[in-house]
Design a protein around this ligand. Structure first.
Ligand SMILES: Nc1ncnc2c1ncn2[C@@H]1O[C@H](COP(=O)(O)OP(=O)(O)OP(=O)(O)O)[C@@H](O)[C@H]1O
Length: 374
């Protein structure tokens, strides 16, 4: 018998949330309950930030209750807290103070993971996921142990980019085993929910889903965990910044003015939460005609380099607009592994080297202190 929403609600109505015995469904804290065709169940529980610890027990009880239903193949439940007062829609808070929600784990390290870096963009479609994936493989090519977390909940692309099929295994204590491709460990919401269901992950649910994917996955020992962020500069990015000690962020932009304005916003958002900018990448910089070999600058050229220098952050390189990059990505064989000695792989490997040098030096983008001899 297929599992339905009603079955799930019935199970959740047996879970008490307070000493008076109010049940989860009656408490009004339950989000919409989503059940997909494969029998996986998703929901979130709304809490006050101060209730994070006590309500975690309720979340676990809710998971247990739903898991006990026949035909349930998986449960993804999260606690969500409203934005703290004073934090605007783009995540800004008056006076530039670092906004925090007590519902999120605060900057705890992920055991075994040396450095977590974010790959971000101010807007969608600029090639952030392509860059994150090839940068991760470039780091791997340096001999490092690398993980890749696809936190782009709105449009997870790593399963396709890396040609990964199947579902991650559930280990003990609700911990997921990451998938593997080309020698890197990979986790994506795309492994857990169908594409259409991913679109349901909105607003506060996104925050909690990201922290779960960071912490409830057996990453093991990693030198670098690369996180492909959702595009934009909103809550999900701020959650990320707050949930884990990010060693730095790489910002991807195309050379267009509008993309650059968004990239600038991305840089300032990370700076506001004191996360070093590892550098800016210009993607789709030049178009080399496959027929005549002539280069043209469809979106303009050099804008990101200029912007990086204006903002005082490193410029990590420019990736041309190239059909091979696109075709290989579409077929699940990223260019760094498909053509490891080719010119495009070289660009990503150089990028990886610069990022690793900054990380290993511990300096990231922090300016060295100025020594004044008097
Ligand atoms: N340098 C490039 N040359 C050619 N095609 C590219 C390049 N970079 C990315 N693409 C293609 O552009 C499309 C968007 O890229 P990608 O998914 O990496 O962008 P994104 O910024 O992560 O998008 P979203 O925010 O929508 O997830 C993909 O089809 C990808 O193959």
């Amino acid at each position: 018998m297929a599992i339905t929403r009603e079955h799930v609600l019935q199970a959740l109505s047996t879970v008490p949330v307070d000493a008076n015995g109010t049940d989860l469904v009656a408490s009004g804290r339950l989000s919409d309950v989503v059940v997909d065709d494969a029998g996986r169940v998703m929901f979130s529980i709304t809490i006050e930030p101060s209730e994070a610890a006590s309500m975690e027990r309720v979340r676990q009880a809710a998971v247990t209750a739903v898991q006990g239903l026949p035909a349930v193949k998986g449960v993804f439940a999260s606690l969500t807290a409203d934005r703290p007062a004073g934090v605007g829609p783009s995540g800004s808070s008056p006076g530039g103070a670092r906004p925090r929600s007590a519902a999120q784990p605060k900057n705890q390290r992920i055991p075994g993971v040396q450095h977590v870096i974010a790959v971000a963009s101010g807007k969608g479609g600029v090639g952030k996921s392509t860059t994150a994936c090839n940068l991760a493989l470039g780091l791997k090519a340096l001999g490092l142990k690398v993980g890749l977390l696809d936190a782009d909940i709105y449009g997870p692309s790593m399963p396709k980019l890396l040609g990964i099929h199947g579902k991650p295994r559930l280990l003990e204590n609700r911990i997921l085993e990451p998938m593997e491709a080309y020698g890197i460990k990979v986790m994506s919401i795309g492994f857990l929910v169908e594409e259409e269901a991913a679109m349901i992950w909105r607003g506060p649910m996104v925050m909690s889903a990201i922290t779960q994917m960071l912490r409830e996955v057996a990453w093991g020992d990693l030198d670098v965990l690369v996180v492909d962020m959702p595009p934009g500069t909103g809550d999900a990015q701020l959650t990320m910044a707050q949930a884990t000690p990010l060693a730095g962020a790489v910002i991807v932009s195309t050379p267009q003015d509008l993309a650059l304005i968004d990239a600038r916003r991305g840089v300032s958002m990370f700076k506001r939460v004191e996360i070093p900018i590892l550098g800016i990448v210009e993607n789709m910089a030049t178009f080399v005609c496959p027929h005549c070999g002539q280069s043209s600058h469809i979106f303009g050229h050099g804008g990101a380099r200029d912007e990086a220098s204006r903002l005082g952050v490193p410029f990590l390189g420019e990736v041309p607009l190239n059909m091979t990059i696109r075709e290989l990505s579409d077929s699940g064989r990223p260019v760094v592994v498909a053509e490891p000695e080719g010119p495009h792989a070289r660009i990503y490997k150089d990028m990886a080297q610069q990022v690793w040098t900054a990380l290993a030096g511990g300096a990231a983008a922090r300016p060295a202190p100025r020594i004044v001899i008097e």
